[in-house]
Design a protein around this ligand. Structure first.
Ligand SMILES: [Zn+2]
Length: 69
C-alpha cells in the first residue's frame, strides 16, 4: 500500500476546509475518533485523518497497518 493510497484514495474528500472541519465535529459528536482536516498533496482536496505518513489509519472501521517493508 502506497502513501497515496493510505492518505488519499481510501478517504472521503472535502472540497473546502470548512466542510471537512464540520464533518470532523460530527464524527466527534457521534463518539468517533478525533480527526484532523488536512489538505491533500495528491488530489488537492481535503481529507480527515491523521497526518499523512502516520502508521495506522482507520478505513471501513478497521484499523489497517501501513506496510512499507
Ligand atoms: Zn487526496
Amino acid at each position: 500500500m502506497t502513501e497515496e493510497e493510505v492518505a488519499c484514495l481510501g478517504k472521503s474528500r472535502f472540497y473546502t476546509r470548512s466542510t471537512a472541519r464540520r464533518r470532523s465535529r460530527e464524527i466527534r459528536r457521534e463518539g468517533g475518533p478525533r480527526l484532523r482536516p488536512y489538505e491533500c498533496e495528491f488530489c488537492g482536496l481535503h481529507h480527515l485523518g491523521h497526518r499523512p505518513g502516520h502508521a495506522t489509519y482507520l478505513r471501513h472501521g478497521q484499523p489497517i497497518q501501513e506496510t512499507t517493508k
